[in-house]
Design a protein around this ligand. Structure first.
Ligand SMILES: [Ca+2]
Length: 148
């Protein structure tokens, strides 16, 4: 088998990364990840002023043990392929303490105590989510109301 290009993404939305490999003169190969029982959090960004997919945003996930993982939102992949732009952060047995997003526009948004084992759609729409401590609770409240 000769292959040219591969892409990753959560094809079945179960919180683990799956892969598709493009082959020459053959059907694509799909590798579904059976995953683990560990916790995870998925983030799908929606920009407004920056860009619709939040591409180039930097996401920092801090778990309840203080471990920080940083992700850059991108779809860059291999030849003629594009990855899922969603972020999946593996947490093990931990939960999420906070998520901080640095949008391509330079604005920063911080969200605390997000539920795990699900995807969250985060929109960069409200000016009160930008960096000011007094606005952070308002941002979290808005997300709780709009995630359902
Ligand atoms: Ca999956």
């Amino acid at each position: 088998m000769a292959a040219r290009g591969a892409a990753s993404g959560d094809l079945d939305n179960d919180g683990d990364t799956d892969f598709v490999i493009n082959t020459l003169n053959e059907p694509p190969v799909v590798l579904l990840n059976n995953g683990t029982k560990n916790h995870w959090i998925g983030l799908s960004l929606r920009g407004k002023k920056s860009n619709r997919l939040g591409l180039s945003a930097r996401v920092s996930v801090v778990d309840d043990r203080g471990a920080r993982t940083i992700f850059d939102v991108t779809t860059s992949s291999s030849y003629l392929s594009a990855n899922d732009q969603r972020i999946i952060a593996g947490l093990g047995a931990a939960s999420v303490s906070s998520v901080q997003i640095q949008w391509p526009s330079g604005a920063t948004q911080r969200i605390s105590k997000m539920p795990v084992d699900r995807y969250h759609h985060i929109r960069r729409t409200f000016i009160f989510c930008v960096t000011r401590e007094i606005a952070l609770d308002g941002c979290s409240l808005w997300l709780k109301m709009n995630m359902r």
